[in-house]
Design a protein around this ligand. Sequence first.
Ligand code: BGC
Length: 750
Amino acid sequence: MPRTDPADLPLERKAALLSGRDFWSTEPVDEADVPSIVLSDGPHGIRLQKGEADHMGVHASLPATCFPPAVAIGSSWDVEAAARLGAAIGREARALGVDVVLGPGVNIKRSPLCGRNFEYYSEDPLLSGVLAAAHVDALQGEGPGASVKHFAANDQETDRMRVSADVDERTLREIHLSAFERVVTDARPATVMSSYNRINGVPASQNRWLLTEVLREEWGFGGAVVSDWGGVYDRVAALAAGLDLQMPGDGGDGDAAVVRAVRSGELDEAAVDASARRVADLTGRRAREKRAFDTDAHHVLARELAASCAVLLKNDGAVLPIGADVRRIAVIGEFAAVPRYQGSGSSHINPTRVDVPLEAIEALAADRGQDVTYARGFALDGDGDGTGLRQEAVRAAGESDIAVVFLGPVKDASEGFDRADIDLPAEQVGLVRAVAAAAPRTAVVLSNGGVVSLEGFHDDVDAILEGWLLGQAGGGAVADLLFGVAVPSGRLAETIPLRLQDTPSHLNFPGEQGHVRYGEGVMVGYRYYETADRAVRYPFGHGLSYTTFATGDMDVAMTGEDTATATVTVTNTGERAGGHVVQVYVATTAGPVRRPARELRAFTKVFLEPGESRTVELPLDRRAFAYYDVELGRWAVAPGDYTVQIGENAARVVAERTIALAGDTVATSLSLDSPVAEWFGHPVVGPVLTRSIGEGMTDEQRRESEKHADMLDMVASLPMRQFLAFVSVSAADIEAMIELSEQAPTPAPA
Ligand code: BGC
């Protein structure tokens, strides 16, 4: 039966489409053949609640696979891994009857303290956007829709429903909106979820500039905008701004306000029609038939994905993988027996099963005839005899050939609050140092949703494996990595600083009196550390392997006016198969704005057998060279030199080539308020002005002005209006020059 256009429904009925029927589903409208659809979290697995509902992960949900959260997938730098994860979540959604999955989250990690950093990929928007686009594309390929969230600048939990993120437009465009833009334009998500916070004073859910001008008009988004749960503060203003679906339902209050606003003439009915159509279109995402998912296969997949995410930070003396020479292994730390593999809040999954690292280690050790001793080392709940636990651990370490110590914060990553610091508990730091002093070799495995400081023990231990939160099969994956069944290939998606005080947002996080000022601007993460030349413990992009890779010379070929392709050959020079991430950065000082020392502009992960070489091509589009020009109100490529770099990480460049770009031509118009320097610097008007001033001078004046050429520096900032008092140029000539500047195409500001 053909569906009735929802716009033809009576006002009350179409308004009913615009808010939830309950916590997790939309209102069905039978007259228009619009059934109810089900929305459910989330980013790394399905949290479908059949009983009591909540948006903080408090009440039970049906079993589903808990895949590695975004903090881990970000570190995989693996588009294929992100896609396999997205597809698996799509299959589980289909099986469980979920039509729209609330994820992935692509907010940027501007501070290591954000409680939800474990749900986000990276401090870099390109890495976040590319991985999320692959996730969404694959998820939607299975049928259900995705909801990319939280749009936008929702980078902290403190005061999240009220705080105003005060951000300049260039920073928004280049850093905080950029990943959303990529997902929207490349993967066409069914929905975008607006965030709780305000942006420059206006709630995201009522922000017309964000939801309509940028999202729909500029990026061409054709799906529905859904609110975060409880994130609509003024239903009518939100609808007028472009927010289609209010979730959860509020018992009809919002719909009634919409109806009243249309009747009073405050709201154009066309806004209701457009939103009703977009919500009705979501029914295209409904499952036609339910297909069961294979829990075993998804657990195996979760283990494989997890292994590609962990980052080997340090491996002195190649103590890992644990070799055949090792007879006795001491496994220490409660996280080995009680794994931490996901964070808290709305993304919390009821896992189908959980791999315990200790058991997985015992299984692999048994295959190799190695003994395993476990010592708890510390008590997560603070109970027990701390001294006794430590003594037992040190004894086990002393009797072993290698100690593997599992560490992590006691209170870890969660929605709803931010962390106060990045330190591990002093008790754990003391333990690992004591263990390292007793054991011949020590490897640390970290389980943490947000960056932790390594400073208390870094130099005492031989190896550190950053396991982040690896999902329900993380325990198995860690064992695979420790024994070399899998080879580490993760790279840091966020910098590990030396101190919290070094982080660029430190003085502006989490804000005060209802405002958080994004004072670091575009200098987020490595952009800041590299530009300010500040030492870090491990840079963005860092990660070791059990094999080694060599990068050959790079070639950069122009493919268009302001586009290029970088070509480079990578060789596996070690003795094991492994994955390597080719990272392409662009460095420039071109343009009128301060550019970061370098920015990630392309990457790819290659898997190579020992001795194998592969030549990879990485295209760089215009955006790879552009900055957002707030005066022009658009992206611009400034004419100038651009150095394309292959980085082993953000701090170490291994190959580079400089290219010159013609850049954009624009008409830079001058006015009487433009400073003198701009007038003289204008490529077309500058020479005309110089000539005109010269013509109006006597010979003596000319000689004098040549003697005082540096006078120009003193008046450089003077508006032309005032400068005219010192020179004799006619008002008509100035007027003509202003007109000339308005017409003449000139290179973009340089
Ligand atoms: C979170 C969203 C989530 C929603 C529904 C909110 O608290 O911010 O990420 O999708 O709840 O659970």
